[in-house]
Design a protein around this ligand. Structure first.
Ligand code: SAH
Ligand code: MG
Length: 949
């Protein structure tokens, strides 16, 4: 077997996964259930006393007919499934065979398999294929008892796997399996008849009557005729795709009915594609078998030549299926499954067909995920996870790759500590690393990219992505080299870049190569034109004819269609003053209808009660965004738009027939919208965008200056949040030894603990600037409560916290700190309400309304919806001065962002309280006892001080 061995070497199939082996054995009798599990994962930050909801973990339960196993928990669903399958295999005593069979062994196995499926016992086996055998026995005339070879190829996984070993080209020419099955049957002449000119096989001797009887008894005979909807897709792209009705009587064979609709004599002449869409679907294409075998049957078995199937390629069907489909075809969802003996079927409507079609484009996937086909658009930028609605860019990219049968996208995240650049900036040299962000211009603004001027804090991430074909040829890569604070932002943003480029391509599939390349440059993408066009080439013919198909019925005279001109928009209702601006989250309710000239007829296509999107990211069709930007909360508007490509209208229309009737008339789309809510853009994004360095960084720098000047050794950060100040302090050389943070938000504290842990423990460096620090503690508690452990600290900070409390609580806090904790210095910052005018001016750019309206619209707007108040300079001074007097402190006012002597003052106002000389205290002693109201949730001590000689 020398030769066989080397051949097998060359065509060795990849080892099957445990799940694949379970599937071969049990088919749909193996049921996987994946559940999310919440398990505390302490390892990320040892010593953190808050229960961590770790990263999402999954556990899989695999139910087999005889037993059930449960996997460990895994980060990925598919790992949990594989692990469960592996456990089941171990229980069953099955070891995946390390050695795959040789081609000759596979061939012998294939013959044995064909022999088995035509045996008496297989007829009563629980197998989708045996249901076909039973149905074949009900066929009339010549076809009685004959089983189409295509059915064997799609219902039985075994021949497929064996054929791949016999001839690896089967992978790309799946219909070759038919030839091999026919050829195997030809070697079983004592058992079956397999005429060379037909793709069907039948038994030479009929089944014994008792075998037939016992197999038939399993069927639940719910008589009646089945009527299902299917789709007819003519080969010629000029001919319209149409619904067809399949009437299948219980005594008939469904393939014969499909054959008849295709104009064929019987079901033996029908080829069947693989399934489309989700794995459990039975949606397939049916089309005419070629006149000859796809394999030259006279040639040597192992070196057989592939003959391409005859007939013209059906571009639309081939594009959707990803497998070559020839001639006219029918798309139907019908078949025998593992679930039972009865025929499974579902309607395939024109709407489902068009949804399949648009789901091949990134924009389509996004629209479908939002169920807003006529309103949503794939946004251009990824701002934050919370503002993004619908499928995330990464998911869309994966689903795109799956659609085109490419390998899963490969992401490579690199963690670039910005230490080097910090060192540089401290010595007043220009930082090197962050420049990358600037090249991006507007793109990086506000989307989580690290600010280029600030040097950034903590680690930053860049992410690149590569997309390969099935055969691992590189199709494209994108390595934007932009720094992001969060890994997720980096991954999503790079995915979105690739998707945006793909989208541009799908909008104009006839785009010349030069333009494709230019666009790729804009998005920072390198692609291999040959490999790219090889993988997605079909779409060009499909979408272009789709575009031409758009019925030119519109009559521009009859409507004031909104595309760029907003003058015709009719906005109704009183102006409420609550207007959207860039970065706002909006919630609208809308409906879109097809309307004919003069609005004589109207057909509702799409309507959503509450639809949320972020302004300024291109998350909706441009005219919708343009109209909404003119509205205030509570107002409604109605406008008309030219018909978009027909595939979009039909993907939205539930009643395709009606929609088609409209499309043949002169009509357009009518949008009715009501603006329900506007949520202000997050404060910090505003700060990032408008201040350089960002306001938060300026506050930190302000505090650091105070710390240095006053040579303090201990600090409490009241309302430390996620630790932005504490983290930054690690990067500065100060005299601080003891640091404490207090907050009521456990979520924020956990984040703070993780950041500090990674700074102090993971990346601990004896020469770090913060080497003076001896201990850090985080407390969970309200800063309006007393805790004796906070007494006697040198300096307290309370940055942007008081406005998150009710005003009386802010006063209470002031009293407690200055009366009980009595730090030497207290620094309190809070937004200056008067500065908001400037913030809003720069975010409400595109409007040119009269100034009065504008002023009105700005009343009672806070920077952040969590703010309970925002004070003017006057109000803040009043609060701070009274407080200082009450507790014998001096107070000075300052701020960051803007200037003191320029209206309207600083963006963030700051009060610095300094303790006066104490008159022998009396009222302050009441808390002397050790009250510990706070809960320490994390702490760190420099256990071994660095040895110095
Ligand atoms: N000082 C941080 C966080 C500001 S956000 C920074 O500058 O980045 C406001 C923080 O105040 C939030 O984390 C919130 O949880 C906290 N906070 C609000 N009321 C509080 C209270 N009564 N006690 C402690 N923290 C409070
Ligand atoms: Mg705030």
């Amino acid at each position: 077997m020398e030769t066989g061995g080397s051949l097998a070497q060359a065509i060795r199939k990849p080892t099957l996964t445990p799940k694949a082996i379970i599937h071969q054995r049990f088919g749909s009798n193996a049921s996987y259930t994946v559940k999310e599990v919440e398990e505390p994962t302490q390892n990320e930050c040892p010593g953190l006393a808050i229960l961590q909801k770790g990263p999402c973990l999954y556990r899989c339960t695999l139910e087999l007919p005889d037993f059930t196993v449960v996997s460990d928990s895994f980060k990925k669903k598919k790992d949990a499934e594989q692990s469960a399958a592996q456990m089941a295999l171990e229980k069953l005593g099955i070891k995946p065979s390390a050695d795959s069979p040789t081609a000759e062994e596979a061939w012998r196995e294939l013959i044995a398999r064909v022999k088995y499926i035509f045996s008496n016992e297989f007829l009563s086996a629980l197998h989708p294929l045996s249901s076909h055998f039973k149905a074949a026995l009900r066929r009339i005339g010549d076809a009685n008892g004959s089983v189409p070879a295509s059915v064997i190829a799609i219902c039985d996984a075994k021949p497929n796997n064996l054929c791949k070993i016999i001839n690896p080209t089967v992978e790309s020419h799946p219909f070759l399996v038919l030839s091999y099955i026919m050829r195997a049957a030809a070697g079983l002449q004592e058992l079956v008849v397999s005429p060379e000119e037909r793709f069907s096989i039948w038994r030479k001797d009929p089944y014994p009557p008792d075998v037939i009887e016992s197999s038939m008894s399993q069927q639940s005979n719910v008589a009646e005729c089945i009527t299902i909807m299917a789709i007819y897709i003519p080969c010629s792209p000029e001919k319209a795709v149409e619904p067809v009705v399949l009437n299948i009587s219980t005594t008939g064979y469904y393939l014969d009915v499909i054959a008849q609709k295709l104009g064929l004599s019987d079901g033996n002449m029908v080829l069947i594609s693989r399934t489309i869409g989700k794995a459990s679907s039975e949606t397939r294409f049916y089309f005419e078998a070629p006149k000859s075998y796809p394999l030259d049957m006279s040639s040597d078995l192992l070196n057989a030549k592939v003959v391409t199937l005859g007939g013209p390629l059906n571009a639309r069907a081939t594009y959707i299926c990803g497998q070559d489909i020839y001639g006219d075809s029918i798309l139907a969802s019908i078949g025998y499954t593992w679930k039972g003996q009865d025929l499974f079927y579902e309607d395939v409507t024109l709407q489902s067909y068009y949804r399949m079609l648009i789901s091949k484009t990134p924009n389509g996937v996004y629209k479908l995920s939002r169920e807003a086909i006529l309103a949503a658009e794939l946004p251009l930028t990824f701002t934050t996870k919370t503002n993004w609605k619908g499928s995330f860019p990464r998911e869309i990219l994966s689903s795109f790759c799956r659609q085109y049968r490419l390998s899963e996208p490969v992401f490579c995240i690199s963690d670039c500590p910005l230490k080097a650049s910090l060192e540089l900036s401290r010595s007043n040299k220009k930082p090197e690393v962050p420049e990358t962000a600037e090249q991006e211009g507007g793109y990086s603004n506000g989307n989580g990219a690290v600010d280029s001027k600030s040097g950034g804090f903590g680690s930053s991430f860049t992410c690149e992505v590569k997309i390969y074909s099935r055969c691992q040829d590189l199709i494209l890569e994108c390595a934007p080299n932009i720094l992001y604070k969060k890994q997720n932002d980096a991954v999503q943003s790079v995915s979105l870049k690739v998707l945006s480029w793909l989208n541009a391509f799908f909008k104009d599939t006839a785009m010349p190569l030069e333009k494709q390349k230019q666009l790729a440059n804009v998005f920072g993408i390198k692609f291999c034109p040959q490999n790219f066009s090889k993988e997605v080439v079909q779409c060009a013919s499909v979408y272009n004819c789709q575009q031409n198909d758009t019925l030119g019925g519109k009559d521009p005279e009859s409507y004031d269609v909104v595309e760029n001109d907003l003058s015709s928009v009719n906005i109704e209702g009183p102006e409420s003053g609550l207007c959207p601006s860039g970065g706002s989250l909006l919630c609208v309710s809308y409906s879109v209808s097809l309307v004919t000239k003069g609005e004589l007829q109207k057909e509702l296509l799409e309507s959503i009660e509450e639809f949320e999107f972020e302004m300024g990211t291109g998350a909706v069709i441009p005219c919708l965004e343009a109209v909404v930007s003119q509205m205030s909360v509570g107002q409604s508007a109605c406008f008309y738009r030219e018909l978009p490509p027909e595939d979009l209208v039909l993907a939205a229309a539930k009643d395709s027939e009606n929609a088609l009737a409209f499309l043949s008339l002169s009509c357009c789309l009518e949008y009715s919208i009501i603006l329900l809510r506007v949520t202000e853009p997050p404060e910090d994004r505003m700060e990032q965008a408008l201040f350089s360095p960002p306001l938060s960084k300026q506050r930190v720098e302000y505090a650091v200056r105070q710390i240095k000047e006053s040579c303090v050794t201990s600090l409490v950060d009241f309302g430390c949040g996620s630790g932005s100040l504490l983290e930054s302090l690690m990067d500065y050389q100060t005299s601080l030894e003891i640091i404490v943070g207090v907050d009521i938000s456990q979520k924020s504290l956990s984040r703070a603990a993780k950041v500090l842990h990674s700074k102090l423990v993971m990346k601990s460096d004896p020469d770090a600037p913060c080497k003076s620090i001896k201990s850090v503690v985080l407390y969970d508690g309200s800063i309006t409560d007393f805790d004796s452990r906070l007494c006697g600290f040198d300096l307290g900070t309370c940055l942007e916290v008081i406005e998150h409390m009710e005003e009386d609580q802010a006063c209470l806090f002031g009293d407690i700190v200055l009366s009980s904790f009595r730090p030497r210095i207290l620094i309190v910052s809070t937004p200056n309400y008067e500065y908001n005018v400037i913030l809003q001016k720069s975010t409400l750019t595109s409007q040119e309304d009269d100034p009065e309206e504008k002023l009105q619209s700005q009343s009672c707007k806070f920077r952040n919806h969590d703010h309970k108040f925002e004070w003017t300079r006057e109000q803040f001074k009043h609060w701070a001065s009274e407080l200082a007097v009450r507790h014998n402190y001096n107070v000075e006012f300052s701020g960051v962002g803007g200037a003191a002597d320029q209206e309207p003052g600083y963006a963030s106002q700051i009060a610095v309280f300094r303790r006066g000389i104490l008159p022998k205290d009396d009222g302050h002693g009441e808390h002397e006892d050790s009250a510990c109201q706070y809960k320490a949730i994390w702490q760190w001590n420099r256990s071994k001080p660095p040895l110095t000689n």
